[in-house]
Design a protein around this ligand. Structure first.
Ligand code: FMN
Length: 163
């Protein structure tokens, strides 16, 4: 028998992750975007990345239908953007200035730690989420520090001396 919803929520709080904004254009040219901590680099050859989106997200239908999407890994200085895109409603995209990809027409957050331009490669329905796999067509990184999320709080990476 699976664990209870409460136990599962506690499990979620024990998992730390990097924070990204995933964004795409919908069929009318508007931007849909949400904050995720489910982003991972998946495969070297071919270069694939993935994230998971919950079925009840407002951006779900447009994101699953889109043939391209952009991932912006947020810098520790961008917690406000992480919070903004975890909210709902058109306000979050209308008051954000997006970069456009160099290779694909995807919305990207300026000054983020990494900007990744993806062609949708595979969609796997799994539980109450869809896993969206993207083929990386272009990407750039900048020096900086990642925005992390743990125990319902944003935070920074602190390196340890393991020598
Ligand atoms: C740090 C953080 C990580 C999140 N990770 C995910 C995620 O991986 N997948 C997801 O579907 N929602 C995730 N969410 C929740 C969405 O950002 C939130 O439901 C958002 O309102 C969805 O926007 P939309 O309804 O406009 O699509 C996360 C929220 C936060 C604060």
């Amino acid at each position: 028998m699976p664990i209870s919803a409460d136990s599962y929520k506690l499990l979620g709080r024990s998992s730390a992750g990097a924070v990204a904004v995933v964004a795409a254009y919908d069929h009318s040219g508007g931007v849909v975007a949400l904050t995720v901590s489910s982003f991972v680099t998946l495969s070297f050859e071919p270069p694939l990345v993935m994230f998971a989106i919950q079925h009840n997200a407002n951006s779900y239908t447009a994101m699953v239908a889109s043939k391209t999407f952009g991932v912006s890994l947020l810098d520790a200085k961008q917690a406000e953007i992480g919070m903004r895109f975890a909210s709902k409603g058109p306000d979050k995209t209308s008051r954000t200035k997006f970069d456009t990809g160099a290779t694909l027409r995807v919305p990207l957050i300026p000054d983020s730690l990494a900007q990744i331009e993806c062609l949708t490669n595979q969609i796997v329905l799994s539980g109450d989420h869809a896993i969206i796999v993207g083929l990386v067509e272009d990407a750039r990184t900048t020096a900086g520090a990642p925005l992390l999320y743990f125990a319902r709080q944003f935070g920074r990476f602190v390196p340890m001396d393991t020598k």
